[in-house]
Every structure is written in structure tokens, then in C-alpha cells.
Design a protein around this ligand. Sequence first.
Ligand code: NAD
Length: 366
Amino acid sequence: MNTYQVAVLAGDGIGPEVMHEALRVLSAVAQKYGFSVKCVEKLVGGAGIDACGKALPADTLEACEASDAILFGSVGGPKWESLPPDERPERGALLPLRAYFGLYANLRPGVCLPELTASSPLKDSLIAGGFDILCVRELTGGMYFGEPKFYGERDGELVGLDTMIYHRHEVERIGHLAFRAARSRSCRLCSVDKANVLSASVLWRSVMTELAAQYPDVQLSHMYVDNAAMQLVRNPGQFDVIVTENTFGDILTDEMAMICGSLGMLPSASLCTRNGGKTFGLYEPSGGSAPDIAGQGIANPIAQILSMGMMLRYSLGQPRAADAVDKAVRAVIAAGFRTRDLATGAPGERLIGTASMGDAVLDALT
Ligand code: NAD
């Protein structure tokens, strides 16, 4: 029997509540598909700061290092907002984890199920039948990390400077990942850049075009980022897989989250390659710790459950189990179960809390 180890970092706010449901589903799906998972639970974020003064305690990092994947909840909240920026839960935990493992690829599915189109701010006529997009964002390069960076006075005037830089190998590795992702879906890949203005985008576009020769079954198109932002709200259904650089991806994935309806439905994965070619990753919901609803038992656990499903697919090599998790979630939504963030008051909806949503997914699985 295959056995895996997962570092479970539930974090703060709704993190522990939704993680509890995801772990119940993980245990059931492992049993059903004949593998076992050892979950090593560790503190992170505000919980780590409270316990030992560090958002990413040393033994938490050690557990991540020794595991096949990290299942992450969310961190942060008002209690820690007065700390210096670098010591706050988000900066003190997530960014170091990304940097330590070199998690260069961020996969964010933007799925609006046909039953949930009413939760999207877009008109029904634009998204009838829902949509299903996967955004592949480069996560460790571009303007957020480019040097030089500067903020201060020059020649008697205040100046801010950032550098958008990409190296060929950075574009190549995210490109390969995106082409492979497109291959596993409907073989359409849209590369988003600003090649009419930015040199980093000229490089981006030329490398993507070159890679396309290695994936003749994938149809590659290019789109400028300003147009992509418009097309996402005009006709999101036209997209299948989008690949883009760090800054553009940051903005477009938030836009995508908005048009999907609820943050409570959206998982994400941040990936790298380790230990002889294995895909290692940090899997987490797209939303934050939602302090406004924490402790009330009303948070939607689906984003956490789907993040766990992505972990099964990409890091644990269990695609059938991952498909089963996705299918169970779709069945639960089709049956009308809704946490508060999804409820519209339409006939047939059944308003339930966090634990009951976990129960419903478990029932659908088995
Ligand atoms: P948020 O994503 O926590 O919440 C935004 C809104 O979405 C809130 O109304 C919240 O109730 C709702 N929401 C989010 N997830 C939900 C779920 N699963 N079910 C139902 N509703 C859900 O963003 P915020 O309010 O801007 O930030 C709150 C805290 O989370 C801050 O401290 C922020 O820094 C932190 N944060 C952490 C992460 C992370 O851990 N990766 C990401 C974003 C924000």
C-alpha cells in the first residue's frame, strides 16, 4: 500500500474549522482508493506566534521538509495586525515557505458551477452553464522579486523603482507546466502578456511560441493583459488554461475569484519539483482566514477540500481519488447544499454549516 506523509498547517481563523473537514474527506478517500496518509499537524501563522513567537516555527518547517506535500489552511487576523509587517502571519509564514521550497508555479482553478451562477456578480446571460478556467501563474519571478528595487529620494525627489525581469529558464519551466496542464484538459492555452510594451513580455511570448512546437496537440493563443482583464468579465467561458507572469497573475486570479462567486469554493496549489523529479506543493484555499465568520461553524470547507483534492492529483499521484473528490463536491452542490456564502434563497437550496457540508461530501464520496 502506498503511504504518504502530509504536513498539515491549519493556521488561524476558519483554517482549523475547514481543515478538519478536509482531513475527514482525505481519510475516507484514502481508505476507498487503498492508500494511507500520515498527517503531521503543526502550528503556523498567528497560532505559531502565540505558541513560540514565530509565524513559521522551526519544527513546522522540518515537518514540511520531511513530507510529500503541505496542506495549508489560512493565516492572519486582527490579533496580529499591529506586529511589524515582516513578523505578521502572512509575510512571516507563507512567503518564507514559498521562498524556501522555490514554489514557482501557482495553479488557481476558477470554476463557476452551473448551479452557482447566481452567486457570480456577472449577468446570467454571460455565464449560463458556468465556466471552468485554470490559471497558471509564475510565482517566484517578475517584478515582485526583480532587482534593483528602490524607494527613497533621488535628486531631491521621492522615487519608487521596481524591476520586471524574466530569465529564459523561468519562462520555459512555467511554460512546460502550463502546456502539460492544457493537455490534461481541452488542449487550449492562452498566454497573457504585455508584449506590445514590456521587454520581459517580448521574451515571455517568444519562449511560449517556441515551446508550442513541442506540444503540437495544444492550441496556443496570446492575449495582452488589459484585454484579458476585459475578456474575463465579458466572456469567461472562452478560456480554458491561462498562463501568465507573476504580477499579471496576481491581478487576474483575484478577478477570476470574484467572478466565480465565492472564495469558499476556490482551491489553489503552489508547486515545485523536488527529490528526483517529484511534484511538491503547498495546497491552500484562495481565501484568507475570514475572521468575520471564524468560530461560528458557517465557513465553507469546499475550497479546503478541493485543495486537498489538488494535492492528491499533483503531489500524491492519486488522480482517481482526486477525481472522486471533485465529483463528490459537484454532487453536493447539485443536490442543493449551500453554506451561507453560496446561498441565494432560491427554491431547492438547503442551508447548512461547515460540519454538515463535510458530512455531505463524505456521503457523496461513499
Ligand atoms: P478573506 O479571504 O479572509 O475574507 C474575505 C471575505 O470572504 C470575508 O467576508 C470572508 O468571510 C469570506 N470568505 C473567505 N473564505 C470563506 C469561506 N471558506 N467560507 C465563507 N466565506 C469565506 O480576506 P480578508 O478579510 O481580506 O483577510 C482576513 C485575514 O486573512 C487577514 O489577516 C489577511 O491578511 C489574511 N489572509 C490570509 C491569506 C492566506 O492565509 N493565504 C490570504 C488572504 C488573506
